[in-house]
Design a protein around this ligand. Sequence first.
Ligand code: MRU
Length: 330
Amino acid sequence: MIRPMRWESGQLLMLDQRVLPHQETWLQLESWEDVARAIADMAVRGAPAIGVAAAYGMALAACSGTDLKLARQGLAASRPTAVNLFRALDRIMALDDPSYERVLAEAQAIEREDVESNLAIGTFGAELLPGRCSVLTICNTGSLATSGHGTAMGIIRTAFGQGKISMVYACETRPRLQGLRLTAWELQQDGIPFRCIADGAAASLMSQRKVDCVIVGADRIAANGDTANKIGTLALALAAKHFGVPFYVAAPTSTIDLSISTGAEIEIEERDGAEITHAEETPVAPENCEVWNPAFDVTPGELITGIVTEEGVTKAPFPFSARLRVSSTR
Ligand code: MRU
């Protein structure tokens, strides 16, 4: 199982996802500031993986005797949308004993629980799939985006192991190409049959009845099931509704945020316009071209056939358990 990071000799080693799949470079992160930068620059990305990285960032802060409140504030400012980040920070801040050993043990527990959740999501999600089917997905929700196995990708992996997957269509996922770079890499390593498509090809693929179901991940789910996920997800949900294709969201309960009642309250990160105007470092747009670059969109709960968590499959009106409340963001 690929792992996006590991704790070794008092440092956080992180697989630099910005240079995958062509280079396997491990970053050595020695301070919470290093971790905050790695999250903001997307060396690590994916909601659950960001949460785990932030928890290890707190362990680095505890190790150096830094005020944990200060580290929490800095890490919380790294990316705004994925709630797993804030949930992990809350968990560390709630410890009675803020010693390095205790903070590290909690970070390791968050990482371990995430793998367990993903395996359970895989089992519940695979049960939803009819016979052999083709699945459409977006972004990267695999081992790299989590602590292992993955969320939407976890369902694909488990279902493939059961002989239920005939084809995976992976949206390339403009502008950072997580689908083309990362999901394709993971699918290839597992020998799962797949094709990458341009994001704009998804509706046409559904119109040709080549997709039996859509499965996506999530960065934050509101109490009514509205789901923030990678930009382009809403367009998939709308097309799926139109063509009668089931649309599932897969995420651990750590992605559910009951402190917000609808998706309108989710802060959507807007990233640097250069992600759109440039291909790698090369400018492709006319000089001074204005862009709008939201990293996520919100899919209304009413477009979602079911949300798969480690606790099972929930359908509208999404009766989530009341304990899934984060105390603070930012
Ligand atoms: O901007 P990213 O790459 O951190 O966004 C991650 C996503 O949106 C993923 O698609 C995902 O569904 C959430 S992580 C499993």
